[in-house]
Design a protein. Structure first.
Ligand SMILES: [Zn+2]
Lengths: 288, 316
């Protein structure tokens, strides 16, 4: 890449790349793509997009909704649900213990956060997956929270927006997890019948059961640049078929080229784009 | 003598070998043979019962995948009085792993959709071992809409390791094809009867498995991922597939207990592959009984119940 970014880089961003271990705590964060050490307050102001390479750095569900929604007048929906260990699942660890760890790591109780709020004064319900909670996997609580979010949109005649980022179904809930694909797809049918729009925003990465259900079913499917989205993960395809994958395989640009998504939106343009598209779909008086 | 024994069936194989040896012994020794052979046959039945009543889940997986287990096309031949296969998704191609068509079972005209893994090596390759590409799911969607328009019930027979993991599948929107079917089936205005007859593997199975009544054959399996995939994802070791099968509780009996299916269809002693005719008869009886029940209900009641059931999964 011709590095025009270098020219506009503020002087306090260190140019040398560094290994993760040498990243200073707190005020500094390394870009997960180019390893440039970035000054966090400035990174935050730039919506966690790397000021050097434009990489859209992964952010938590709550942070994402904070950046997306207007401040104030926010109500969280189905906040207190916690996963159930239906199968008493145990692999190298017990599912129960994994849940405790996930909660510590993500500071969330499950892998989906749903909030009723407004976007540039347009009331809506927005959901976001928390990737740090067991890879954003969809167990029964994620499915249920999604459904309650959509139900809330239905009841209040609001648009629904979901930021998806997920490894897929949650193995530890096996078939119950698989069924959440059907459950979330079914509730979206209701939304469609009511004439309420659903905007699906794809965030790196989305695979398996979440890709093959709620993420692909948007009236408008949009993706952040360079996000990986697919049904089968690249490693599995490579190993199964013994092939080398083409450059850019399953990236947003690949999805756009193959007709799977409507639009790729840079994080800085996201709010305005979603707002504009929703207003175009809806009666504008809703925005008041 | 059969030569398709699974590891845990070795004691049965040993007894059958004994019978075979007796039968090939000299004419002069055959005086008391018939009595001995019938004794051995009784022992085989008892032993088979004993083994099959105590199958662990990994053994059940092996039965579900047994190379001689009857597939979609075997059942079609045995239970449909007619079947006209209808081809193609009208956009790109005709998937050979996921088939569909107009069929008659008993007195019921219906749309039949199911996976076919193939029997010969060439056939298996041609059919991607029962793993559908997007065209398969889109063909299924087209046929379901056809069923809706002509008020025909949809009957599906599910038997797939999963959706096909390929570059071309991804290019043509595997995720969207599956997701679309889930939404469609949740609101299709005609009865849908789902039967898991072999492997119910992940999203590739679910894409034709949303319905009003879901059955599993006794030794069929149904899970979020194949045991191998689950083992490699969760244990990071594909060798742990048997543990993964146990942990996922992917056999019919466990799934019925979890209230995630409605019915288990009995199989002949030793599994469907030991007596495909009887297996087909049991499946046919169940299909006819269930269709009569589903057709007796109004479409709006069916849709209401179908939706409420979907919403109830995992909501405690
Ligand atoms: Zn960067």
């Amino acid at each position: 890449m011709a590095n025009w970014f270098d020219k506009i880089l503020p002087s306090f961003i260190k140019k040398e790349t560094a290994k993760k271990s040498s990243v200073p705590e707190g005020l500094w964060q390394a870009c997960s793509a180019c390893s440039t050490i970035l000054y966090v307050p400035e990174l935050e102001a730039n919506l966690y997009v790397c000021t050097k390479c434009d990489h859209h750095i992964r952010i938590g569900a709550r942070k994402r909704l904070d950046l997306f929604l207007d401040t104030g007048n926010q109500t969280e929906i189905a906040a207190d649900k916690r996963a159930i260990d239906w199968l008493k699942f145990k692999d190298t660890k017990r599912y129960k213990d994994r849940l405790v760890e996930a909660e510590k790591k993500s500071e969330e109780q499950e892998a989906l956060v749903v909030i009723q709020g407004s976007l540039l004064k347009l009331p809506l319900v927005a959901a976001a997956f928390e990737f740090r909670f067991m890879g954003g996997s969809m167990g029964s609580v994620v499915g249920q929270k999604f459904v309650e979010g959509v139900d809330h949109a239905l009841k209040n005649q609001l648009p629904f927006v979901c930021f998806s980022t997920s490894g897929g179904a949650r193995m530890q809930e096996s078939l119950i997890s698989l069924y959440q694909m059907a459950k979330t797809s079914a509730v979206l049918q209701k939304l469609k019948k009511e004439g309420l729009p659903y905007v699906s925003i794809m965030i790196d990465p989305i695979y398996g059961g979440v890709a093959a259900s709620l993420a692909m079913l948007g009236d408008i499917n949009m993706a952040e640049p360079n996000a990986l989205v697919g049904f089968t993960g690249p490693r599995v395809i490579e190993q199964t078929l013994k092939v080398k994958l083409p450059e850019g395989f399953q990236r947003s640009e690949f999805l756009l080229e193959h007709g799977a998504i409507d639009i790729i939106v840079h994080r800085k343009d996201l709010k305005e784009t979603v707002h504009r598209l929703l207003l175009n779909l809806l009666d504008k008086t809703l925005a008041q | 003598m059969r030569n398709d024994y699974l590891d845990f069936e070795e004691p049965i194989a040993a007894l059958e070998k004994k019978i075979q040896d007796l039968q090939s012994s000299k004419e002069s020794d055959k005086n008391n043979l018939s009595e001995e052979i019938s004794k051995l046959n009784n022992s085989i039945i008892k032993l088979t019962e004993q083994i099959y009543n105590n199958l662990d889940i990994w053994q059940c997986v092996q039965v579900a995948r047994h190379p001689q287990r009857p597939h979609l096309l075997d059942f079609v031949e045995k239970i449909c009085s007619n079947f006209d296969e209808l081809h193609g998704d009208r956009h790109y191609g005709d998937d050979r792993a996921l088939l569909g068509g107009l069929a008659t079972i008993g007195d019921h005209r219906l749309v039949l959709i199911g996976h076919e893994k193939g029997r010969t090596t060439e056939d298996k390759i041609n059919r991607n071992f029962g793993m559908s590409q997007p065209e398969g799911y889109r063909k299924a969607a087209r046929l379901m809409k056809l069923a809706e328009r002509f008020s025909l019930p949809v009957v599906t027979l599910v038997d797939t390791p999963g959706a096909y993991p390929g570059i071309d599948s991804e290019e043509r929107g595997q995720s969207e094809a599956i997701a679309n079917n889930l939404g469609l089936m949740s609101s299709l205005k005609t009865p849908i009867l789902v039967n898991i007859i072999g492997e119910g593997g992940s999203g590739g199975a679910l894409a034709i498995a949303v319905g009003d009544h879901v059955t599993m054959m006794e030794y069929a399996t149904y899970s979020v991922a194949s045991p191998e995939a689950c083992a490699s994802i969760v244990w990071r070791d594909v060798e742990k597939a048997s543990e993964a099968a146990e942990a996922m509780q992917m056999n019919a009996e466990s799934i019925l207990k979890l209230n995630l299916i409605d019915e288990v269809i009995d199989e002949p002693l030793g599994g469907a592959h030991r007596n495909p005719d009887q297996a087909a008869l049991l499946l046919k009886k169940s299909i006819i009984k269930n269709l009569e029940n589903l057709k007796s209900q109004s479409i709006s009641a069916l849709l209401d119940t179908r939706y409420k059931r979907l919403m109830s999964y995992g909501n405690k």
